[in-house]
Design a protein. Structure first.
Length: 105
């Protein structure tokens, strides 16, 4: 179950990155599949999840400072970023529970 969540979350994060900064995305990855695999590697640990939360939080900060959030597209990116932070938080809780369950076996 945690791996299904990981796949969905990785896809959501990659789509956000692709939409919000397509040039950076193209410079960083050769394909969407490569990006998804890269994000999934990070999602295996709580530290990786926290790093992603920090990255998205920084993007929210930049959007808040540099962009007009009354613009519909910018507001959409802002809302998507908040949703991703929420999803990362909930995923991390499930990841920690899964680790505890594994350790207790």
């Amino acid at each position: 179950m945690i791996f299904e969540k990981m796949d969905q979350l990785a896809e959501k994060i990659v789509q956000y990155k692709k939409d919000s900064d397509p040039y950076e995305f193209q410079d960083s990855y050769n394909s969407t599949e490569e990006a998804i695999e890269d994000v999934k590697k990070v999602l295996y640990t709580s530290k990786g999840v926290f790093d992603l939360i920090r990255d998205v939080t920084f993007e929210i900060e930049c959007l808040s400072i540099e962009k007009d959030l009354s613009d519909k597209e910018m507001k959409n990116y802002f809302n998507q970023a908040f949703r991703i932070i929420y999803d990362l938080n909930q995923y991390n809780i499930a990841l920690e529970k899964e680790k505890e369950k594994q350790l207790s076996m």
